[in-house]
Structure formats: C-alpha cells, structure tokens
Ligand binder design. Structure first.
Ligand code: GDG
Length: 478
C-alpha cells in the first residue's frame, strides 16, 4: 500500500483504473477496468514503485489507499455537489464541448469553475503527499488542467508531465473560456505537455504567447523563473498485440460466427461502437446508411448496421437529448426500411465485456467511425488490430486524430452526408484486394506504434526536458 512520500512514479487521472462490483458473497470488491492506459502503464508502475491517484466513482467516502489487482491505488473522493459541478458541470458541460469544436454549446458557470479549482487542488495535495523526492508525476486529461501548477507550487522538486486525451481547440474557440488564462497557467506547471496531434500543441503555444505573454520558440515556452516547458504531440495508441490475441482466441471466433448467424447471416455487416456522445457523429452516420437503403443502393436483406452505444454521462442534459434523438431515428429507420427478420439497424444501448467487443470487430465487414471531432479514437485502432486476416474496411472521419495515422481508411467529412454515403458504398463494394491492401498498411501502423511505445516515448521525453535534480537539459532561450 502506498505510504506518504514513497512513490517514484505517480499517475494522476480523474478515474481510478478500477470499478466497484459486488462479489458472489454480497460484499463489495474492486475489479480492474479494461483500458489501454492501464495496460501500458502497469509494467512501468510496477518497476518504479508507482501509484495511481483518482476518483473511485460514486460519492462514497473512500479515503485510504488500497491495492487492487496488484496496483497501488490512492482514492480522491468527490461530494454529490462536486460530482455535479466539477465533473458533470465544468468538465463535461463546459470543457468537453468547448474542446470539441463547440459541437454542443458550452455552459459557463462561476460555481462550476470554483468547484473545478477546489477538486484540482485536492488532487494536487494528494499527489504532493504520495510522491517521493524528485519523483515523476504524470497528470491526465481535461478534468485536471490546474493540477500541474498547483503541484509545482507544493513540490518544486518533482518532474511533472501532463497529457491531454481530447483535442486542444483553436485559439478562437479557447478564448471564449472566462478562465482561459488560469487554465493555461495551470498547464504550464508541467515540464512536458503532450497532445494527440501537432495542431493541438501549436494552438497551445500560440495561446501562451498571446494570452500569458511568455516567450516561445517552436515547441518550447520560456518561463520567467528559468524553467522551460515543452508542448508536443504524442498520438496515443492501443495494446495491439493484446487485442489481436483476443481476436484470435477460439471463444471470440466462435462468438463472432454466432453474432453473424443471429443477424441472419447478411452479406455485409456494418458496425459502429461509441460512447453515446454527441461528438461521435452517430446520428449522421445512421441517416447516411438509411438513405443508402432508401435510394436502393443497399438491400436490407444484404446488410445490417450494428450500432453499440455505450451509456455515458447520463445525467448531463445534452446526453439525454442525444439518447432520445437516436432512439427516435433508429425507430423510424427500422419502421420505414426494415422487414420481418431484417431490421436496418441493430441498436444496443449497453456496454459489453472486451471479448464481446473483439467478437463484434471480427464479425464486422465495415467499421464506421465518424466523429465530428475526436482526440484520437481508439475504436478505429482496435478494429484494425483485430483484423489479423488483413480483411475488413474502415470508414473514418477526417476529424478523428486517428485519421492522421490511418491514411488508408476511407476518409470522410462527417458533415457531408453525400460524401459519407459514397464512402460507405465504396467500402461496401470494395474488392478483397483493395480491402487487404489498405488493411495491411493500417495494421503496420497500429502494430508498430502501440500504447507501450507511446508511454515510453512520453516518459523518456519528460526526463529529457527535466533531467535529474531538476536541471532542464533543453536548449537555453534563443
Ligand atoms: C477519449 C478521447 C481518445 C467502448 N464501449 C465499450 C468499451 N469501449 C472502449 C473502446 C475504447 C474506449 O472504450 C473508447 O475510446 P475512444 O478513443 O474511442 O473514445 P473516448 O472514450 O471518447 O476516449 C479519444 C481516448 O480518450 C484515449 O486518449 O482516443 O479521442 O475522446 O477502448 O473499446 N469497452 C468495453 N465495453 C464497451 O461496451 N469493454
């Protein structure tokens, strides 16, 4: 169990990598939640006396550090008010839409901001308590952007990294935020700030110059106290080997065949898997598919669209509205276009175990990933990792970070319904050689740049920006 001042590597993220569950005897236990971040960091955590600080979920008071599945976990509690104001409010109804091209209108409320500051301070206090002298602390994502500077103030000895999993918006949008300067200064507490794409890092550098007035040169910011901060792109990935192994396993292959059978053995299966989120472009994608059937290009007895929408942020109003819209659209499309035993859309609003996800990827001929804006999109990479047969087609939005790497997908603009229809049809009709040529190239990318490499590159760069004993080894001010 993590004793104060003992961890040489500390991960700070909004959520702990475990979920609460009821054990067979009725008592409550913790189960590791599946995720690339945890599998990438687990070996590093173990090798480095590491600890993970995060919110355990719910508003139960869990105070003491504990060990689950071999990981040292340090909980940070949230009250019911903080859940509403910090998490559902400022994180998910202000920052989330603002950072995703304002595809929904961000709400700005002063009480939400105050709660964000309070909770960030609590995370920073906890990290300051747990970290050993000169330790490395890696802070994650948009919920915790003030932690780097709060932590720096408490513990100037630490090496601090920050990684943003979602897009960092263009300066014109970011400027709307009433607390823009505080957020920029919060991030500048880190030695290295990682973004999904080079564009995000450039937006950040430009804002720091304009709004905070620090000197910058390329990807470096020079602070008045002599520190240098680097902002750069580290595109995240998945544990590709792990996914492939799962996909090759006998039970997953059997299940994939069962899924196709249960769907009535259509010639082609289209698949979408997303958190039910308005950034993911689920509505337009289903409409495009529906129109292809209406226009007579695709027959419902030939093809079906399986859409899994994992429940997400269900208490936030925009998410409730979206759920109703999708329910209505699926009902209308199936009512208008379906036949007995052949619905146009097979829709599930639920979440599944990883094995089922892999079986769905194996069962799908065409994976459809059409976000209006997405930091990376791991689903696209997971699909590619599961296609060890070099078959299957990926239709991918240009506005997902993954499009920067997966250039051989059928790339689309999700706002252009006709363009999306044309790409869906092309992918539907693509000959096997064309599919295999594209998939081979994408598999090479995903296999070569996996999440272990991502984590190692970030941590290596962090120790270069801030060498041992706090010495910056980067070039001095020009
Ligand atoms: C954020 C950024 C960035 C989904 N449903 C189930 C399930 N999932 C898993 C998928 C995938 C993950 O959740 C979703 O990751 P995405 O990348 O697609 O999207 P976000 O949740 O929005 O993630 C994103 C990511 O952070 C990492 O930096 O790529 O841009 O928005 O791994 O497989 N897993 C299981 N059951 C489900 O029902 N087990």
């Amino acid at each position: 169990m993590t004793a104060p001042g003992s961890a040489d590597l500390v991960i700070v993220a909004n959520r702990l990598p475990v979920d609460r569950y009821e054990m067979p005897d009725g008592s409550m236990g913790w189960r590791r939640s599946p995720g690339g971040l945890v599998s990438a960091l687990e070996p590093v955590l173990r090798a480095n006396d590491g600890a993970w600080i995060g919110w355990p979920g719910g508003t139960d008071e869990v105070h003491e550090p504990f060990v689950a599945d071999g990981l040292d976990l340090v909980p940070v509690s949230l009250s019911a008010d903080e859940l509403e104001e910090f998490y559902e409010g400022f994180s998910n109804a202000t920052l989330w839409p603002l950072y995703h091209d304002v595809v929904a209108k961000p709400e700005f409320h002063r009480e939400w901001w105050e709660s964000y500051v309070r909770v960030n301070q609590r995370f920073a206090d906890k990290a300051a308590e747990v970290a050993a002298e000169n330790a490395t602390v890696w802070v994650h994502d948009y919920q915790l952007q003030l932690v780097p500077s709060m932590l720096r103030a408490l513990r100037p000895d630490l090496r601090i990294g920050f990684y943003l999993h979602i897009p960092f918006p263009p300066t014109e949008l970011f400027q709307q935020l009433p607390w823009r300067r505080q957020v920029l200064e919060g991030l500048l507490g880190a030695d290295l700030i990682g973004f999904q794409l080079p564009g995000g890092a450039q937006n950040f550098i430009r804002l720091v110059r304009q709004r905070v007035g620090h000197k910058t040169h390329r990807d470096l910011v020079y602070l008045p106290d002599g520190r240098t901060v680097r902002a750069a792109a580290f595109p995240i990935s998945i544990d590709a080997a792990d996914f492939e192994e799962l996909a090759r396993s006998e039970p997953v292959q059997r299940r994939a065949a069962e899924i196709r059978e249960a769907l009535g053995n259509p010639t082609k299966v289209f698949l979408g898997i997303d958190r039910l989120d308005y950034t993911k472009g689920i509505y337009a994608r289903l409409r495009a598919f529906g129109e292809l059937i209406e226009d007579g290009h695709i027959d419902v007895s030939d093809a079906v669209f399986v859409q899994v929408a994992t429940p997400s942020r269900e208490r936030v109003e925009q998410y409730r509205i979206l759920r109703d819209e999708i329910d209505r659209l699926v009902g209308r499309l199936n009512g208008d276009l379906g036949r007995i035993g052949s619905p146009a859309i097979s829709y599930m609003h639920s979440s599944f175990p990883r094995e089922e996800m892999a079986a769905l990827y194996r069962a799908a001929d065409i994976m459809v990933v059409t976000p209006l804006r997405d930091g990376m999109n791991l689903v696209a990479k997971e699909y590619v990792a599961c296609r060890y047969d070099d078959d299957g087609a990926l239709v991918l939005s240009e506005f997902a970070g993954a499009a920067n790497e997966l250039r051989q997908a059928w790339l689309i603009n999700p706002y252009d319904i006709n363009g999306m229809k044309a790409a869906l049809l092309e992918a539907f009709q693509a000959p096997p050689r064309e599919r295999s040529r594209r998939m081979k190239a994408m598999r090479k990318t995903v296999v070569e740049h996996d999440v272990k490499k991502w984590a190692a590159e970030f941590l290596d760069e962090l120790s270069e920006v801030r060498g041992d004993h706090g010495k910056t080894v980067r070039p001095a001010k020009p």
